[in-house]
Design a binder for this molecule. Structure first.
Ligand code: GLN
Length: 270
């Protein structure tokens, strides 16, 4: 796996053995001296080969941890990223605690942002929208497994056709934002195994933001915020297009690596 460019091959090999055997990594240490049955060795070698082909660990394990939740993760949607947890935190800070509110997650993918919001605040309900029916199926599976199915509705469809803008109290979105020139240089885990539609933000990476901002400006009630995940170099361009459209109260925050990762702004009076 080191030859395949995996950064921490021994650590990942231990975790893959845990996946193959169904045991925890500490059980594996305790049983370390016991011989490995041939069938387990075969399973292990097969999944090591998948990881060496740079399939994301989360797809092999079929699970990803996000905001303290265990989510199902596979090739139907982007693997939930730790960086996106700050998007959830920013949205929570904008929602007064204890007050019922309806959120919409545009391009919900695995459903990670919506699930994290609803799991943290029981007073929230929400809609997760995705143009991919595969992604919507995955999101539905996730909210149901987490017991959030009665507060989350997952819909297949594009935000251009969605008509519920006037009914929501917060918009959250991690839209596709990678520009055409950058796609080819993404890590193989992302480039080869995440759905391209979830990454491709058009020529300048801003196509989805432009569409959403325009639709939101026409449809949201005054005072409703949009919270966007952004690429590390998109803070001024995304806040610029929100300001140009007439959104007010611009804010931003960074991820754990110190990169700009979130921007938000509020619908003004019309
Ligand atoms: N952060 C993701 C990446 O680096 C991109 C996510 C997106 O386009 N929304 O691959």
């Amino acid at each position: 796996m080191r030859d395949a460019g995996i950064e921490a091959p021994q650590r990942e090999a231990r975790l893959l053995m845990a996946v193959a055997s169904g045991l925890t990594t500490s059980d594996l240490i305790i049983r370390g001296h016991q011989p490995v049955p041939a069938s387990l060795a075969d399973t292990f070698h097969a999944i090591v080969a998948r990881r060496a082909a740079r399939e994301p660990f989360q797809h092999i394990a079929r699970t990803a941890s996000f905001f303290g939740l265990d989510l199902v993760s596979d090739r139907r949607a982007l693997v939930p990223r730790a960086d996106s947890e700050v998007v959830v935190e920013a949205a929570l800070a904008l929602l007064p605690e204890g007050r019922d509110a309806r959120v919409v997650d545009l391009g919900t993918g695995s459903g990670c942002l919506l699930a994290a919001l609803l799991a943290t605040r029981t007073e929230l309900t929400g809609i997760g929208l995705d143009a991919s029916s595969d992604a919507a199926d995955l999101a539905r599976e996730n909210v149901e497994r987490l017991g959030l199915g009665n507060r989350a509705r997952i819909l297949t469809g594009s935000w251009t056709e969605w008509t519920g803008w006037a009914d929501v109290d917060l918009v959250i979105s991690n839209p596709p934002y990678i520009n055409a020139a950058t796609i080819a240089s993404l890590d193989p885990e992302v480039r080869l195994h995440d759905p391209l539609d979830a990454l491709d933000g058009g020529e300048d990476g801003l196509a989805a933001y432009r569409e959403i901002v325009m639709l939101a400006r026409a449809g949201l009630r005054a005072g409703v915020p949009i919270v966007f995940e952004i690429g590390f170099d998109q803070r001024s361009s995304v806040s610029g297009l929100m300001a140009d459209a007439g959104f007010i109260g611009l804010g931003s925050s960074r991820d754990l690596a110190g990169n700009d990762r979130v921007v938000w702004a509020f619908q003004a009076e019309s």
